[in-house]
Ligand binder design. Sequence first.
Ligand SMILES: [Zn+2]
Length: 269
Amino acid sequence: MTSLTTAIKNGNTVQIPTWTIQSGLETKLHETIVIHPSGRVWAQAPAQGVLDFSQISKITLFIDTLARAPTTYARIVDHPIWRELYQTTQRKILYADGTHIEDTMPCQYCGIILPPRLLQIDHQRPQNGGQLEAVVKTMRVMGLTVAGPHGEKCTQLEPRIREAMHAEDDSASVAVLMTEPDRQVKGFKVPRIRAVTPRGMRGAAPGASSTGSRYSLSDEGKVFFSVVKYFQLVERLERQAMNSVTNLRPLCGPCNGSRGNGDLKVNKI
Ligand SMILES: [Zn+2]
C-alpha cells in the first residue's frame, strides 16, 4: 500500500468524493475530502476526520507489514506476530520411530497441536465475497472503525499498532510492531501479545459492541478509505487485508472442512 503515499505526494491539491463502509457495505457520502500533497488530508464541511500524511504513511506501512502476497499467504506461519498469537514453538511430536522436535501450533478451533504442514491456513473472512469485511477487520486494528476490535487476536494487535504509530521513522515503527516476547524497544512500551485461546476451548464470549459498529468506518477511517478509493487501490487493499495476520488463522483439516463458507459477519450471501 505504500504506492498510496507516493500517489498523494505526486498529486495536486484535489477535492475528492467521500466513501465509507457502513455495516460492511460500501457507501458514497455527500461530503467531500480535500487532499493536500504531503500535507493534511481532511474531510470538509462538516470538518470531521483528519489524517495527516504521516498517519496515512504509517497505516499503509502497517497494512504491508501484516500482509503476505496471495500466492505466499501460507508462509504467514513464519510471521513473528503470528508465532506469538498462535503459540508457535518447538514441541515433541510422536512418530513410529520416536519423538521428533518440530515447530508446532494449535488448531484454532479444536486445539490439537500439529506441525504447520498438517494445518490449513483459513481465511476468517472468506476469499469468496469477504473482501470488504476483511478490509474493515484490518482497518479496525488501525483504530479506523466506529467500535474497536473484540476478538482475542485483534484486541492485542490494536495497542501494538497504536504504540508503533508513535515511532518517528518507519523502521522503528516496524520494530515496535514486530518485537518478540521479552524484547522491548527502547523508549516504547510494547504491549505483550498472549496466545489466542482456540475457539472450542474458550468460555462464553464477553459482551461486545454491535457487529454493525465494528464493521463501520470512523471519520478517520472514511478519510483513509476515500483516499484509497480515489487512487484506485481498493483491490490492492482487499488483497492485502484478505491475506493479513488479521484475517488468517491455523485450522486442522477436519475443523476447516466442517465450517463451510458461512463466515461473513454482516452481509451474508
Ligand atoms: Zn481442529
